[in-house]
Design a protein around this ligand. Structure first.
Ligand SMILES: C[S@@+](CC[C@H](N)C(=O)[O-])C[C@H]1O[C@@H](n2cnc3c(N)ncnc32)[C@H](O)[C@@H]1O
Ligand SMILES: [Zn+2]
Length: 266
């Protein structure tokens, strides 16, 4: 996919170890093969996005295949709706879902994440794809250059997604449903608070074609209990008692429950 300079918006040209623009802004290609396109001005913290620990937990958990039904649902929907062109995965994390999607469809993939640790981990394992450390708020690709944009348990920024998608392009959004991981939640919280969640949103500039529920049970044991916990937003909310109960949990059978919203850019 064509890349744009995050400083001046001009086209980037690939050299041996860097991408450069006509205004001589230069962006190194890291040893692992990803490109760092996040200028300091657009960073709101020193190390934005997921931490190394979160990334490694997610990798260890996903690699065991517990969430394969989510990857399968993405592949089936992409085939059903005739996805074509280039895939862009926003908030790609360590790359599990998007590389499977790209391989199954035979379409080129660019993965983008604001976390350097995430793209480093993705690029180190998955070769033959483009990995960008960049922000979803300013995606460094030309307008209309994406055929299928995905955001899986990640941000929804309809205006920017609409800009980079070609007319008629697809947007796949995976959101956790209200009853996602109730087993884990009942261990870590004293009380389960019911929160209204809009997992089937309407987005300006997009037509929603279908909302596909994805629901399945899985079991984790030993270290994987902690890995599952570390890849959820609950890491930021857990209290002392909850953390202790989690430490004592040797085995957990839980239900993953999410929604795949299929949108078409108008
Ligand atoms: C819950 S994780 C999901 C990762 C991956 N999609 C998955 O499901 O395995 C959310 C990801 O969004 C990334 N992220 C957060 N803010 C971002 C931003 N402004 N731009 C790009 N990525 C961002 C985080 O670093 C993290 O990797
Ligand atoms: Zn430039």
């Amino acid at each position: 996919m064509e890349l744009l300079c995050p400083l001046c918006g001009e086209k980037l040209e690939k050299r041996e170890r860097a991408f450069v623009c006509p205004n001589r802004h230069s962006f190194d290609i890291a040893r692992q093969g990803y490109v760092h396109l996040l200028p300091v001005q657009k960073k709101h913290s020193l190390a934005p996005g997921d931490t190394r620990e979160q990334v490694l937990s997610r990798r260890a958990f996903l690699e065991e295949g517990h969430y394969a039904p989510i990857a399968d649902a993405l592949i089936n929907a992409a085939k059903k709706y005739g996805a074509d062109g280039e895939i862009l995965d926003v908030g790609c994390g360590e790359g599990y879902y998007c590389t499977r999607l790209s391989d199954a469809l035979g379409l080129p993939l660019t993965g983008l994440d604001i976390s350097k640790e995430a793209v480093r981990c993705a690029a180190a394992k998955y070769k033959g794809y483009t990995w960008l450390c960049a922000t979803a708020a300013h995606i460094p690709v030309p307008e209309g250059s994406v055929g299928l944009l995905t955001s899986l348990f990640a941000l929804t920024l309809p205006e920017e997604y609409k800009r980079v998608l070609k007319p008629g392009g697809l947007y796949f959004q995976v959101l956790a449903a209200e009853d996602h991981l109730l087993g884990l939640k009942s261990i870590i919280y004293d009380q389960l608070i019911h929160k209204e969640k809009d997992s089937v949103p309407n987005l300006p500039g997009f037509a929603r074609l279908e909302s596909i529920p994805i629901r399945f049970d899985f079991t984790v044991e030993g270290e994987q209990v902690q890995n599952l916990f570390s890849m959820t937003p609950h890491v930021f909310r857990i209290g002392k008692d909850g953390a202790e109960r989690l430490r004592q949990t040797e085995r957990l059978t839980d239900t993953a429950s999410c929604v795949l919203n299929v949108f078409r850019r108008e």
